[in-house]
Design a protein around this ligand. Structure first.
Ligand code: URP
Ligand code: ZN
Length: 467
């Protein structure tokens, strides 16, 4: 089956031009101008932008949430991600209770995602139950297509927390097989102290989530993570960087020759911490995620860091945690609010609206941050994240002239809220192809649940080779 997309403006991380993309079955087989070819199906993209499908390297679908024992929204809700322009996620694979890294990964591929995923997916191993066997499991990453592993420095007292000694052992093992280590960098012990102080003083509303997670606790986490990664010589990727202090630590570490990269997320670029001050608990609790939201000055610094190449990706950190039930756990005490907010379906359009349309980043930078960079970092480039001959035909056709507002009803995400509800939106994902198949038409999912496949990643990915 041959599909030709014509008359559109093709936008990649390097250039843009009016041209054509020819697809045969799952792959792009030609790209250029005046291809003079026939096809079984022709898509006219006049006045539209033709871009690589988004790659969201930080999502938590069907992940046991860090308070309570219920899963976050599952892979059947990835229809919202693809409607929002993301065709590949690199999802986190937390260990199931008393289960190793690789068995948890297998279960995720064969059960959690099976017949449900609407996007292609790779997986990050993620340590959530430290046990001695996990270190040797890293040796098997290359044959299992797992190119990185995530650890949490925060969340002391919960099974998510990884102590410095175990982090050091993971760095050594990861280096041996060419894996990258992703770190949630916050000083868990200081956070514990600050949170307990708030509780003692009766400061229990969601606002104290940000009060008890000041930027220096993130910056110290970055500094320590970088120092240890530098000692071992393992490439380090800092998840969800939020503030100036943390950026300064990345600059300093880079200056010392440490191989460190990082991302930020949509909400840290668009929303300030005042959202947590809403007197309506339900409204404020939506924004409880970690690290916490910051100030406008931090948002400005993050955009600069993205433009300069200091940060190399924008993720959603999507967590499908509902307000009606799960977030209620913290109604009387903010420390009990499960952390995380949904956003996989909004990343593409929010970054376009608040990044490209405001002149903060170019269209090429947009593609780099939303697709190409994350594909490289996670060892799935050039299969994913780009429009090249031989790449998977994961393609977004985007209407840049559309203007409107974000509403949950327009792209339901399996959760009971959209973090960006009512915000202005410029530009809209109209059509999406996943490996050559039309999955979204006129902004609605028309694909099949289960059409998304596991994509094995290659070792020695972008953080080793350069992005
Ligand atoms: O608040 C967040 N980000 N929750 C998800 C887990 C994590 O820290 O990434
Ligand atoms: Zn996360």
């Amino acid at each position: 089956m041959r599909t030709l997309i014509k008359n559109g403006t093709i936008v990649t991380d390097r250039n843009e031009f009016i041209g054509e993309v020819l697809i045969e079955d799952e792959k792009i087989i030609a790209i250029g101008q005046n291809l003079n070819t026939s096809a079984d199906k022709i898509i006219d993209a006049k006045d539209k932008l033709v871009m690589p499908g988004g790659v969201d390297q930080h999502t938590h679908f069907s992940a046991l949430c860090n308070v309570g024992d219920r899963d976050t929204a599952g892979y059947e809700t990835t229809d919202s991600a693809i409607v929002g322009g993301t065709t590949t996620i690199i999802d986190f694979a937390p260990q199931d209770p008393d289960t190793g890294l690789l068995d948890s990964i297998d279960y995720r591929i064969n059960v959690r995602a099976k017949n449900k995923a609407c996007v292609d997916f790779s997986l990050h191993a993620m340590v959530t139950y430290l046990m001695d066997s996990i270190f040797d499991e890293i040796d098997e990453f290359p044959e299992r297509g797992i190119s990185n592993i995530k650890i949490f420095m925060a969340y002391n007292g919960s099974p998510l927390h990884v102590d410095d000694g175990s982090y050091y052992r993971i760095l050594e093992k990861a280096k041996k097989v060419g894996a990258t280590v992703f770190v949630h960098a916050e000083n868990g012990e200081i956070l514990d102290f600050l949170r307990n102080e708030c509780v003692k003083k009766g400061q229990l509303t969601p606002k104290y989530h940000y009060v008890s997670r000041p930027p220096f606790t993130e910056a110290e986490g970055v500094r320590r993570a970088a120092y240890l990664a530098g000692k071992v010589g393992t490439p380090l990727y800092i998840a969800h960087v939020t503030c100036r202090e943390a950026l300064d630590e990345i600059v300093e570490a880079k200056g010392k020759g440490i191989n460190i990269n990082g991302e930020t997320c949509t909400h840290y670029l668009t929303t300030t911490k005042e959202a947590l001050e809403n007197p309506d608990f339900n409204e404020a609790a939506k924004y409880v995620c970690s690290p916490a939201l910051r100030d406008q000055e931090d948002i400005d610094a993050l955009w600069e860091a993205l433009n300069s190449g200091l940060l190399t990706g924008i993720s959603s950190d999507h967590c499908g945690i509902d307000v009606a039930e799960l977030k209620q756990a913290g109604r009387e005490d903010f420390t009990q609010i499960p952390n995380g907010s949904p956003g996989a379906g909004d990343r593409f359009s929010m970054i376009w609206t608040y990044g490209v349309e405001t002149g903060k980043i170019s269209r090429q930078k947009f593609v780099e941050l939303i697709a190409t960079g994350p594909a490289k970092i996670n060892g799935i480039f050039p299969q994913k994240g780009t429009l090249e001959v031989g790449s998977d035909a994961d393609i977004v056709i985007f209407d840049p002239a559309w203007t409107g507002e974000v509403h949950l009803a327009d792209n339901p995400n399996g959760v009971d809220y959209n973090l960006y509800e009512g915000r202005k939106q410029i530009g809209k994902v109209e059509t999406v192809l996943l490996r050559g198949r039309i999955a979204v038409e006129n902004g609605k999912f028309v694909g099949e649940y289960g059409m998304g496949h596991f994509i094995p990643a290659k070792m020695y990915a972008g953080c080793y080779t350069g992005i």
